[in-house]
Design a protein around this ligand. Sequence first.
Ligand SMILES: Nc1ncnc2c1ncn2[C@@H]1O[C@H](COP(=O)(O)OP(=O)(O)OP(=O)(O)O)[C@@H](O)[C@H]1O
Ligand SMILES: [Mg+2]
Length: 502
Amino acid sequence: MLELKNITKTFGTVVANDNVSITVHRGTIHAIVGENGAGKSTVMRIAYGFYKADSGEIWLDGSRVDIRSPHDAIANGIGMVHQHFMLVDTMTVAENIILGAETGTATNLDLERANTEIKKLSDELRLNVNPKALIEDLSVGQQQRVELLKALYRDAEILILDEPTAVLSPQEVEEFFGILRRMKGQGKTVIIITHKLDEVLAISDEVTVMRDGKVVGNVKTAETDARGLARMIVGRDVLLRVEKDDATPANIVVSVKDLKVLGKHGLAVDGVSFDVRAGEIVGIAGIEGNGQTELIEALAGLCKPYGGRIEFEGRDVTNLSARRLKELGIAHIPEDRHRRGLLLNSDLSENSVLGVHYRPPVAASGFMSSNAIDKRVGEILENFDVRPRNPSLSAKSLSGGNQQKLIIGREFELDPKLLLVSQPTRGVDIGAIEFIHRKLIELRDKGRAVLLVSAELEEVTALADRLLVFREGKIAGEADPKTTSVEEIGLMMTGGGRQNDA
Ligand SMILES: Nc1ncnc2c1ncn2[C@@H]1O[C@H](COP(=O)(O)OP(=O)(O)OP(=O)(O)O)[C@@H](O)[C@H]1O
Ligand SMILES: [Mg+2]
C-alpha cells in the first residue's frame, strides 16, 4: 500500500536517512524499530509531509505521490500521531478534533455534526471517548485516543504512530492494542514505531529494523523473536534482564514523614511515610496519576508540600528550593523531559551544566569557565553515548532517546547522594536501557540512595530492592520484588487485594 523508495534526508552534516526503502502492506500492522537516532521518526515524518526528503519517492497503491505537507498526506489518507500530543488542554475533544479540519471558525452546527461523528467512530472502535469532555480532564491514554480519532475523523487509511505506548500504563497498552486490532479488522494499515520488543511481537505482522539511518533488516514477525530482534537492532547480543547483587543498605538518606502534596484535583499525595537508605534502590510502582509525580516534585523542591516533613541526612529540608536541594546532593531525572529536563533551544553544552552553571567546577568567582563546560559536556556525551557527539547542536535536534541520555548523564555527573528518577528508560532503545539499568545499579553499589518511579512494572521490579505500591496518593503496600510476582503487584496497584509476601 505504501512504499518509501530510496529516501535520503540530511540535517546539516547528519545523515538521518540514507537511502531508506520500506514497503508496508495494506491491512497490516508494520513495526519500525531501531536504536535512538536511527532515523525512524524522520522517515515517518517524511511520509507524513512534515519534512521533505532530499531525494527518494513515496508511492501509494502503486502510483507515485507528491507529499509536501501534512495537508497533502491527509488528503492521501495518511495520518500520524506524534509522540508529544498536540491537543489544546482547555478545549473539548470535539473542538480539538475539528480544529484544523474545517476551514474558518467552527459553528455550533459543525460542532453538533462533529459530536455525532466522533461518537460513532468512538463506538465502532470502542474507544470510550466523550466528545464533550475537556482535554485537561482526560488521562494520557484517553488523550492519545483523541489523537487517533483526530486522524480517523480525517479519513486516514494509514496511521503512523510514533512511540504510542511510551506513555501508557500496562492496562492502557492492552486496551490500545485492542483498538489497533479492530482498526486492522476494518482494513486500516498501521505503522508503529516502538522500542518495546514484546509489543512488536504481540501486535505487528512485519518489522523493519533501522540502524544509523539505514534499513538493516525486514522480517515477518512470526519468523523472529526478542533475541533475534535485539541483535538486529543493536548489532550485538543484548542482556534483556537486570543482573545485580543483593543491596547492602546503610544509613537513612531521606526520610519522608506523613507527606501531603496538592495536585490538580486536591491531595495528590495523602500522608505518605517512608525512608530511603544509602545503597538501596526503592521503587515506586503504581498506575500513573496516583501521586508519584507530585511526590517526586516535592522531594526535588519543585513544589511545596501541603503538610508533613522531608528530612535529608537528618535535617529538615521540607521547604528548601530546588537549587538548595541540588546543592545538598539531590539529583532529579524528571519524567517530562521537554517540560522539566532541557532547554530545547540551547545547545548541548549549555544543557550539560543546567542547574550547576553558577558554581564550581563550572564557574569560579562568578564566571563560567568554558574549559570546565567543554570537559563536562564531553564526558557526558561520551559516557552516556549521546549521539551525535556534537556539543554545539541544539537539544531539540537530538532524537527523543538521546535527549533522555543527555539528562541522565547530566544528573549522574553531579554524583548525587540521592537520585530521584522517574521513567528513566521511556523512549530509550534496548541497548541504552541495558546501559542505564547498569548505571543505576552502579550508583547504588557506590552507596548512593535511589528513589525510582517507573510505570514499567517489569523495570521497577527488576531494579528495586524494595517496592512501595502507590494507590490514590497513599502507599497501598510494600513488596519484596524478589518474592512478589508482577501479577500480585498489579493487583495491589488496582486495589484488587493485597497478597501476602511468602
Ligand atoms: N530537526 C532536526 N534537526 C537536526 N537534526 C535532526 C532533526 N531531526 C532529527 N535529527 C537527527 O537525525 C537523526 C535521526 O533522528 P530521528 O529522530 O529520526 O531518530 P529516531 O530513530 O526516531 O530516534 P528515537 O528512537 O530516539 O526517537 C538523529 O541523529 C537526530 O539527531
Ligand atoms: Mg523518534
